[in-house]
Structure formats: structure tokens, C-alpha cells
Design a protein around this ligand. Structure first.
Ligand code: URA
Length: 308
């Protein structure tokens, strides 16, 4: 978008000037209050340019509820009360992020591209967890159980994912969990689908990519974890084997991406044999140690040596 390009170019020039000042030994720069206010307003301005979000003073929460949303009301609107300057400063990030995520959630509901495909069910399954998380995990698409509860990763894969997080010393509320595709994919016309699921196609993932991109821009995690080959292909917009994805280095919008096995693969390997299960677990754990390192999480000796 032309306006966004002008803003990015302006920001690049500003970063260049600041970088030169830093090299010259400057530890601080003087900035007028007008310029500071304009810079602080940039994320909101950029977001609105892109999504046309409503009145920021009437910020709403929460597209990412901590507990399962009621199917009748996936997003609960709350008027943000005016706060003192100090309290507002403290809360700004969290409140701003919730408002932006809620705006993205609304744009998913009305998005024409995924609907036009005719291959996805209509219920939106958005995201859950911490809008300011350091770790953002992304799967491929919701299944039947996720659709029922309108929350990603709540079926058997979700339980496995929670076990992995627990081993990392985290709960699902501390990370941000989302999917590339926000609707359950249909098998045929979906009429006789029952609880069956299928992975999303490239076309379906492409139709939803702007949403996960926007979520990542808002959450600004330190690291993104792509769960499985399909999610990696959709996010990185390239094909490949999981082994190649795992050993490669990837970035999305400048943020490191670690690709690991989907939790359903772990479940399948564990069901196949003890040995296969153990191998898959060890591989996932190696990836998660990398995630913890990038996220600057403390790693205990016990965690480091789980599989040694
Ligand atoms: N698999 C996914 O990729 N996402 C979910 O939400 C559930 C299962």
C-alpha cells in the first residue's frame, strides 16, 4: 500500500539517523513532544490503515479469552475506562494488543476470501492465550473439537501441546496459540463430515495468511513455533519436508521461526511404538530447547538433560 510504503521509508530514514547518532557515541537524542506523539501513534495508524479498525478510544476485549468463549459470544465488548497517565502507560501494551486482536477477529468474521472458496465451515476459531506472549505457536486449522469450543488446540493434539508447554515450564495461558486457517476445512460439502477433519490446502492457507500475519505484528513474539509441515508451508509460503524445515533457519516478518512436529504426529508415533514415540519426543524437545533459548527462558539442567 502506497501510504504504508511512505511510512516504512520514513521509518527507515529515521532508524538510519538514529543509528548514525549511536555510532557517533550519542546515548540519547532530543525529540519534540509532537514528534514523540506521532511516533507513538504509528502502530495504531498503520493498523487502522490496514484493517480500518474502529474508534481506538472504545477499545474492546477480548478476542483471545483466557477461558473457552461461550459459543454464543466469542468476543466480549468492554469499554476501557479512562485511567491515570501512569496506569495507562502500564496497561497500554496489553490493552492496545487486545483491541487490535479483537479488530482482527472481527475482520476474520467478515473476510470474503476464505468464504469465497466454499471449502471451509463458517465458525471462526481465532486464537487463545497471552496477547503479549514471547512465544507464538501456530498450527494449521481447527478440527471438530476446536470448532465446537471456538478455541484452537483443545482436542487430543491440544492436550499433547499442553504437556510440551508444561515441560518447558509454561501454561497455555502464557503463550499465544493460533492457527493459519481460522475455519475448519470441509470434507466434500461438509454435510456428512461428522467429527472427521482434513488438513487445509495451500489455497485455504493463503486466504487466511493476512490474519496470522497481523496477529504476529500485534503480539510481536520473540519466537514463532510452526507446528507441523502444513503450518510451516502455509506460514513460510514454501514447500518442503519437515526434516528440512526443522534444520533450516527461518524468519517471518523478521521474527525467528522454529519448525517442529505437529503434536498429532507425536500422538501417532507414541501409538506406533515406545521407541518411535521416544524418538519423536526427543526431536520435539530439541526444537523446544531452541525455542526457550531464543525466548530467553531459563533452562534448568534437568530440562537440558531430559533425553541425555
Ligand atoms: N490441529 C491444528 O493444527 N490446530 C488445531 O487447532 C487443532 C489441531
Amino acid at each position: 500500500m502506497a501510504g504504508n510504503n511512505a511510512i516504512s521509508e520514513g521509518l527507515s530514514v529515521l532508524v538510519g539517523i538514529l543509528e548514525r547518532e549511536r555510532i557517533r557515541g550519542a546515548e540519547s537524542v532530543a525529540i519534540s513532544s509532537e514528534a514523540l506523539a506521532a511516533l507513538q501513534g504509528l502502530p495504531q495508524a498503520l493498523f487502522e490503515r490496514r484493517f480500518g479498525a474502529g474508534d481506538p478510544a472504545m477499545a474492546v476485549t477480548s478476542a483471545v479469552p483466557a477461558s473457552p468463549a461461550s459459543p454464543a459470544s466469542p468476543a466480549v465488548a468492554t469499554v476501557i475506562e479512562p485511567r491515570s497517565e501512569a496506569a495507562r502507560e502500564e496497561k497500554r501494551d496489553e490493552t492496545w494488543r487486545r483491541a487490535q486482536l479483537n479488530a482482527i477477529f472481527k475482520s476474520v468474521k467478515n473476510a470474503p476470501e476464505p468464504k469465497a472458496l466454499g471449502t471451509l465451515f463458517e465458525t471462526v476459531v481465532f486464537a487463545s492465550g497471552n496477547p503479549s506472549a514471547d512465544i507464538l505457536l501456530v498450527g494449521e486449522a481447527p478440527g471438530a473439537e476446536e470448532e465446537k469450543l471456538r478455541k484452537p488446540f483443545v482436542g487430543p493434539s491440544g492436550q499433547k501441546l499442553e504437556q510440551i508447554l508444561k515441560a518447558m515450564g509454561l501454561s497455555r495461558e502464557q503463550v499465544y496459540i493460533s492457527n493459519i486457517v481460522k475455519f475448519r476445512p470441509k470434507k466434500g460439502d461438509g454435510r456428512f463430515q461428522g467429527a472427521g477433519n482434513r488438513p487445509p490446502t495451500q489455497e485455504e492457507m493463503a486466504s487466511c495468511l493476512p490474519f496470522i500475519r497481523a496477529e504476529i505484528e500485534v503480539v510481536e513474539p520473540r519466537v514463532i513455533v510452526a507446528l507441523g509441515r502444513t503450518a510451516a508451508e502455509g506460514l513460510l509460503e514454501q514447500g518442503g519436508a519437515l526434516g528440512a524445515f526443522r534444520s533450516g533457519t527461518h524468519r517471518f516478518g523478521g521474527i525467528p521461526v522454529v519448525v517442529t512436529y505437529h503434536p498429532s504426529y507425536l500422538l501417532r508415533q507414541e501409538a506406533a511404538s515406545i521407541e518411535e514415540g521416544k524418538l519423536a519426543k526427543r526431536q520435539v524437545w530439541e526444537d523446544m530447547l531452541r525455542v526457550m533459548e531464543i525466548a530467553a527462558l531459563p533452562i534448568s539442567e534437568k530440562q537440558r538433560n531430559y533425553f541425555r
